[in-house]
Design a protein around this ligand. Structure first.
Ligand code: FES
Length: 294
């Protein structure tokens, strides 16, 4: 007795059927929006990222129909559109929830509690990374650093910040989202659904009262370097590794204000110590590599 390839779970790599078309009224509306976006760019293909947001705002994720639409509007191949849509994690490739709950598990947030939050939400919601709750409300996922490290651990809902979270506060947050109770981000604009967020990201105005004025800001720790660069704060105090204490750079003689170049014996860390590089490794000499036979 033989079994078919499909019974054996073997893919024969059959080409997919053409993407189904949008209904005429949807297509007409999206074409009008797309033309508005494309007109903002000197080269139409530059509008691909916002157009992917536009089609994502229609269906909640980027479908084959959406990618075909982008290709048609921009005179690109579907392969070119697919390459972009699958490269960026901001484009979702399968149906997802109204609220994308992203837990930052990048290094700082992770050690400050992000890993514990993610684990707690997985258990609380009964879903894993990239999965959606049965009611279609919440999609849980790991996210990378969102440049809000001074408020770690950070949770983002549809890209709005919820700072200084704990496992308990994050569980309360998703409970509120699922129950339809009002939820207010720590900073920035009020929350809206994923589809509404996608339309804003496509470049259409956020017309909700006060939403634009409510733009969030980075915290003091994030802005310290910027203030220093603008001369808005006194020069930083430098701690010399060998002194082990604070050092006022403004008191140094001019020649000492140049970049301190410690001698090899001054290095305290194995990271700073001279390593066996090509220059010091006789078996891998530095210098131009001779062509074979020279
Ligand atoms: S590590 Fe989480 S915001 Fe930077």
């Amino acid at each position: 007795m033989t079994t078919s390839s499909s019974e054996r779970g073997v893919s024969l790599g059959m080409p997919e059927l053409p993407a189904p078309a949008y209904p005429d009224d949807v297509r007409a509306r999206l074409e009008s929006d797309a033309r508005e976006v494309i007109a903002r760019y000197p080269d139409s293909r530059s509008a691909l990222l916002p157009l992917l947001h536009l089609v994502q705002s229609e269906e909640g994720h980027v479908t084959r129909t959406g990618m075909q639409f982008c290709a048609d509007m921009l005179d690109l191949t579907t392969a070119e559109v697919t390459a972009v849509a699958t490269f960026y994690t901001m484009y979702r490739r399968r149906p997802s929830g109204d609220y994308q709950v992203g837990v930052c598990t990048n290094t700082l947030c992770a050690v400050m509690g992000g890993d514990a939050i993610f684990e707690s939400l997985q258990e609380h919601l009964g879903v894993g990374n990239g999965e959606t709750t049965e009611d279609g409300k919440v999609t849980l996922e790991h996210i990378e650093c969102n440049a809000a490290c001074d408020f770690a651990p950070v949770v983002m809902v549809n890209w709005e910040f919820f700072d200084d979270q704990t496992p308990a506060s994050a569980r309360g947050l998703v409970d509120d989202l699922r129950a339809g109770r009002p939820v207010t981000p720590t900073r920035g604009a009020p929350l809206c659904t994923f589809k509404e967020t996608a339309r804003i990201l496509a470049g259409f105005p956020d017309e909700r009262d006060g939403a634009v004025a409510a733009g969030g800001s980075a915290g003091p720790a994030s802005l310290a370097g910027l203030k220093l660069a603008k001369g808005e704060v006194p020069a930083a105090r430098v701690v010399h590794p060998r002194d082990g204490g604070p050092h006022d750079a403004s008191q140094d003689a001019p020649q000492d204000r140049a970049v301190h170049d410690p001698s090899p014996t001054e290095h305290l860390s194995s990271h700073d110590a001279p390593q066996d590089t090509s220059a010091s490794d006789p078996s891998h000499p530095a210098g131009p590599t001779a062509e074979e036979g020279e």
